[in-house]
Design a protein. Structure first.
Length: 492
């Protein structure tokens, strides 16, 4: 047992805090057992369909997450990581007033409650230990605040003009702010690269579990989706993001064993991606690989992998699933309900409907060019950029693009400067993953979909804090509250 100064000085003495080291592996074992129990309880109650059991299970999960975040600090992040893909919807959806589309209602998931529990637990822990956890300053803090302010102002003006319903408008903004909240909590509480690596590995384990769930659906004849979800496009975007992370580690990890594991996970992800039948995900994957080709120091290896993949797809086209080929070629088939041509080429009803929706978004934006109609204040728009423009105007679009620019530049700076090979590979993967999501967002609301945006911001926070810890080693030397037990000093 050792004692360290707390910095709190009384007239008679300097108060010290006695800390006792605990084996992290021994303490984390109950945490993982508890998380496994959480997944089992959640799945059993969800599948049972009994409302009373679901409410009891939800309360149990809430207080367990609260207790874990208070007692074990950053270990609560593992609960959030597992809940990203394995949390069902709870309660009734809130109608946004839109007439059609998946954005016509805003739903609450179990993960939303767990995130609140973790946040409250961290705040209580801070107060109990009399220790201020300052948020590390990054180049993203100001752009995030600007984007949040722009969305809030646009929504407020939309409420005043009558284009936004109060409850769904506020609720939808809070759902988006969740991603930034967990990003800031990572910057405030993680103080060791060991924790960073542990959370990343946990995310890869969740990715593997989600892929297994996808394989279970391949033989059903339906499009592959994420657990407790019905949108293949969402699952495809998540797969593309995590595939970029795996490829980044493969390119930068000198250890053969790690490269084999990540390479195997990368190959394992291809069939579920194909069977999502999501053209936006296919496009996102191509843009992500393009990012590796243009910006990675290992362009030759990335180019070789891309050429091998293209060759395999061309030579193996006759062996590809018929649904995948039909999904791609159907883009250029004339529709009946919506009929749009580009350069004399007919588009299918889905693509035509999107283009019609984009045209309506431009018309809506012209009505209020600066602030837009507010979040949820227009028709459903299945495209991130046109949606931001119509809902928040030029002000919101500028803050959004500024945020993305700062995000990519910060990730690339971290990639260049990080010395740890594993984290360096993850940084490159997240950077190219953002580029992939930019391509995916052409025909999806990728940066506000919980299955895509939340893992993205968690990974971004982990990489930025890892970069900061390498730049300032003294910060990482300060032990995390999860590794110590505080004891009051004896009276004088």
């Amino acid at each position: 047992m050792t004692c360290v100064p707390t910095g709190w000085i009384r007239p008679s003495r300097i108060v010290t805090r006695c800390i006792t080291e605990r084996p992290s592996s021994a303490m984390r074992r109950p945490v993982f057992i508890g998380m496994a129990a959480l997944v089992g309880v959640a799945a059993a109650t969800y599948l049972s369909g009994i409302e009373q059991l679901s409410m009891i299970a939800g309360a149990f999960l809430f207080f367990m997450a609260l207790g874990t975040s208070f007692v074990r600090g950053t270990d609560a992040l593992y609960i959030i990581v597992f809940a990203m893909l394995f949390s069902p919807e709870i309660g009734a959806s809130v109608d946004t007033g839109r007439t059609t589309g998946e954005g016509s209602a805003v739903s609450m998931r179990l993960e939303d409650l767990l995130l609140v529990a973790v946040g409250v637990g961290w705040l209580l822990r801070t107060a109990y230990h009399r220790r201020h956890f300052g948020i590390i300053r990054t180049r993203l803090n100001a752009p995030i605040m600007l984007y949040v302010a722009a969305a809030f102002v646009s929504t407020l003006l939309g409420i005043l003009h009558g284009s936004v319903n109060v409850l769904p408008g506020i609720f939808h903004n809070l759902k988006v702010f969740e991603y930034f909240f967990i990003f800031f909590m990572i910057l405030a509480h993680i103080r060791s690269q060991k924790t960073v690596r542990g959370v990343i590995i946990a995310m890869l384990v969740v990715f593997f579990m989600a892929l297994l769930y996808g394989y279970m659906q391949i033989g059903t004849g339906e499009r592959v989706t994420a657990p407790f979800d019905s949108e293949p496009n969402t699952f495809g975007g998540y797969i593309v993001l995590m595939m970029c992370v795996c490829l980044g580690v493969v390119l930068h990890q000198p250890r053969t064993r790690t490269a084999i594991i990540m390479g195997g996970l990368l190959l394992l992800a291809f069939p579920p991606l194909l069977f999502t039948l999501s053209r936006a995900s296919y496009m996102g994957f191509c843009t992500g690989i393009l990012g590796f080709l243009l910006l990675s120091r290992y362009r030759v290896i990335a180019g070789t992998l891309l050429m091998a993949l293209v060759s395999a797809l061309v030579l193996g086209a006759p062996f590809l699933p018929a649904k995948t080929i039909d999904r791609i070629t159907s883009t250029f088939k004339r529709g009946t309900e919506y009929h749009v041509q580009i350069g004399g080429v007919d588009l299918d009803p889905s693509a035509s409907a999107r283009l019609v929706s984009y045209g309506r978004a431009i018309e809506k934006w012209v009505e209020r060019p600066l602030f837009g109609h507010g979040v949820t204040g227009t028709h459903f728009i299945d495209g991130q950029y046109f949606r931001v423009l119509a809902e928040t105007g030029l002000l919101g679009l500028w803050t959004f693009l500024f945020l993305i620019w700062r995000l990519t530049s910060s990730l690339y700076r971290a990639y260049v400067n990080l010395q740890d090979r594993f984290l360096k590979g993850v940084a490159m993967g997240v950077f190219c993953g953002v580029i992939a999501i930019l391509g995916h967002a052409v025909s999806a609301n990728s940066f506000i979909i919980i299955r895509i945006a939340e893992p993205l911001w968690v990974l971004a926070g982990l990489i930025l804090i890892a970069h900061h810890l390498e730049r300032f080693p003294k910060l990482s030397a300060d032990q995390e509250p999860a590794d110590v037990v505080a004891a009051r000093p004896p009276a004088a």
